[in-house]
Design a protein around this ligand. Structure first.
Ligand code: CA
Length: 254
């Protein structure tokens, strides 16, 4: 299939998906609506928890973007009630400092979360991933492993398989040579490999690597990337971690 045909096919698939935006801040809701429509999704909106829950339960949407702080019924309560009857993919929109929201959201059955303010590219990638995961869970998927399987895999690898990370044994090898990494370097590499092809913002990496309660500068992420590059890229002549200017970092599968 030629590149154009594939792009059109990709677009066509996304057009079939309807995304529910539950967000009371009108500007954010409008921004999301425009970006999603631009990507070829159809959307609907709810500006409070109660109507958001009703629309989500109606079965007409494929995925929910769910803010936490909402009038009438907060996002976590919406999620808890929705999960009694539905596996609809839900991505929580949480505030940077709302540590408990993220933990509670995942405990309550959220598929993923993204921290405000977020890069739209990262959100779109997370939406694609959640939709793919859910279509595979429905038995509709045909290609490759789901994101869930990747997270469950004991050994992660980059696109060409030169870099391998064994989660259980806590070992990283490049071309079968052991590479000594600190806890945080290891956590950073693991996060990037688990989210292959998703550009992760510094905020997201900071959350995953330093913990939800870490208070400090996000440029610590750049420091860890530099350490990883000196131990892997420079030492073995690989271009592993790519910088996406103004967005964050990514390991690409190809
Ligand atoms: Ca809100």
């Amino acid at each position: 299939m030629c590149r154009d045909a594939r792009a059109a096919d990709h677009k066509h698939k996304e057009m079939m998906y309807k995304i529910l935006i539950v967000e009371d801040e009108e500007q954010i809701a409008r921004f999301l609506e425009l970006e999603l429509m631009h990507e070829g999704y159809t959307t609907c909106k709810a500006d409070n928890g109660r109507s958001g829950l009703e629309t989500a339960q109606s079965g007409e949407c494929d995925l929910v973007l769910l803010d936490v702080m909402l009038p009438e019924l907060n996002g976590l309560e919406v999620l808890r009630r929705l999960r009694r009857t539905s596996n609809l993919p839900v991505i929580m929109l949480t505030a940077r400092d709302a540590v408990m929201d993220k933990v509670s959201g995942l405990d309550a059955g959220a598929d993923d979360y993204i921290t405000k303010p977020f890069a739209i590219e990262e959100l779109l990638a997370r939406i694609r991933r959640a939709l793919k995961k859910s279509s595979m869970a429905d038995g509709a998927g045909t290609d490759g492993r789901s994101a869930y399987d990747v997270k469950e895999a004991a050994v992660l690898a980059n696109g060409d398989g030169r870099v391998k990370l064994d989660k259980k044994q806590h070992i990283v090898t490049v071309d079968c040579n052991n590479v000594e990494l600190t806890q945080r370097e290891f956590a950073m590499l693991q996060t990037l490999l688990e989210n292959m092809d998703i550009v992760l913002s510094r905020e997201t990496l900071l959350d995953k690597v330093c913990g939800y309660d870490y208070v400090g500068e996000t440029n610590i992420v750049d420091v860890y990337v530099r350490y990883l590059r000196s131990k892997i890229d420079d030492a073995f002549g690989i271009k592993l971690i790519q910088t996406v200017r103004g967005v964050g970092y990514v390991i690409r599968s190809h």
